[in-house]
Design a protein around this ligand. Structure first.
Ligand code: NAD
Ligand code: UFG
Length: 340
């Protein structure tokens, strides 16, 4: 029986890019996604790029019966768990939705994995678990948990759940990946980030200004303790992030138990630097207005990624010019994202 990697949330932004890297590296993939924040059309785009079609099953990860069927039908040896809701503002308004979806789906997934003796899982955590970091760059051993919104709280709670699981079952291999700020898109321009409504995150906002869908960028604050007063983040090309998952599966194949890695670039970029990089890379203007701070935002957040390099040989290779060009290439060729 063939071995499969199960990718939950595999039609989403990071998941779709990761599925391509998995297929390119010879893995067979089953995607499960309930399409609450993505489109089935993504599977066709993945096939076009990778010249191989992943299996796709539309389901909610909390649907234990259907998930069990997937594990019975395919020999799932590893799971990459992207499925989750991720809008910080929405999580403040609807905390129960976030606890139920993000934590609930992980509990069911782990239960079904246990029933089928699937031992390897990669979990999509976030730099958000570090809250307002006491130092930058941030190292994996720095404190986590002092967070200010339910979305972040779900990531912290799932991390604790996985750490407990690792302690209780030494046969499990668990990777917690803390992503910094993914931007960019596949070089083909066939897949990319397609947020619903007005984007929360900066890069899709910038590309929608560039395409003329939005009039200007709101720069949230220029009174932070940073070089130009605007917030500093660690922007990582989504294809680099995707490749990080392939490296992680290889790491898990060595039976390491629990591992935790930051996936970022190690470089901090301010909002104004990002805007100027986008303008320079693409030759399009991005009008912006400086406005009040967005509640909950922090000054500076960037990673130290030495551990991922030392232990998995992974590091980000794309630079800010690549990120800006690829984000624009995706938006330009898909002005309405994946469409209706
Ligand atoms: P995304 O919304 O594009 O992808 C998530 C996918 O999960 C979507 O396709 C959605 O339909 C699906 N999904 C959600 N709940 C589900 C459920 N209960 N059952 C089945 N499918 C479900 O988001 P993304 O940017 O690709 O993020 C992927 C993961 O990475 C998420 O867990 C997110 O919290 C985490 N993450 C993202 C970022 C970021 O900035 N994009 C940063 C850090 C961590
Ligand atoms: N920003 C603007 N204008 C916008 C959007 C954002 O000025 O329209 C600024 C923010 O103030 C911040 C920076 O751009 O300084 C980045 O903001 P994003 O919303 O793109 O990203 P965040 O760092 O706030 O958060 C993102 C994800 C989180 C994830 C985190 C990991 O939304 O889910 O990265 O670092 F946890």
């Amino acid at each position: 029986m063939k071995d499969y990697v199960l990718v939950t949330g595999g039609t989403g932004y990071i998941g779709s890019h990761t599925v391509i890297e998995l297929l390119n590296n010879g893995y067979d993939v089953v995607i499960v996604d309930n399409l609450c924040n993505s489109k089935a059309l993504v599977v066709d785009r993945i096939e076009k790029i990778a010249r191989k079609r992943p299996i796709f099953v539309e389901l909610d990860v909390r649907d234990e019966k259907k998930l069990n069927e997937v594990f019975s039908n395919y020999n799932i040896t590893s799971v990459i768990h992207f499925a989750g809701l991720k809008a910080v503002g929405e999580s403040v308004e609807k905390p129960q939705l976030y606890y139920d979806n993000n934590i609930g789906s992980t509990e069911i997934l782990l239960k079904v994995m246990r029933a089928h003796e699937t031992k390897n899982i990669v979990f999509s955590s976030s730099a958000t678990v570090y809250g307002n970091p006491k130092r930058v760059p941030i190292y994996e051993e720095d404190p986590v948990g002092e967070v200010t919104n339910p979305y972040a709280e779900t990531k912290v709670k799932i991390e604790f759940m996985l750490k407990d699981l690792a302690k209780g079952d030494p046969t499990m291999n668990i990777a917690i990946l803390r992503y910094f700020n993914p931007i960019g898109a596949h070089q083909s321009g066939l897949i990319g980030e397609d947020p619903n409504g007005i984007p929360n995150n900066i890069m899709p906002y910038i590309t929608q200004v560039a395409i003329g869908k939005l009039p200007y960028l709101h720069v949230f604050g220029n009174d932070y303790k940073t070089k130009d007063g605007t917030g500093i983040r660690d922007y990582i090309h989504v294809v680099d992030l995707a490749k990080g998952h392939v490296a992680t599966l290889k790491k898990l194949a060595t039976n390491p138990g629990l591992v935790i890695y930051n996936l970022g670039t190690g470089v901090g970029t301010s909002v104004l630097e990002l805007v100027n990089a986008f303008i320079a890379a693409n030759g399009v203007d991005i009008p912006y207005k400086i406005e009040a701070r967005r509640p909950g935002d922090i000054d500076t957040c960037y990673a130290n990624c030495d551990k991922a390099y030392k232990e998995m040989g992974w590091k980000a290779i794309y630079n800010m010019v690549d990120c800006c060009k690829d984000s624009w290439n995706w938006q330009k060729h898909n002005p309405k994202g994946y469409g209706e």
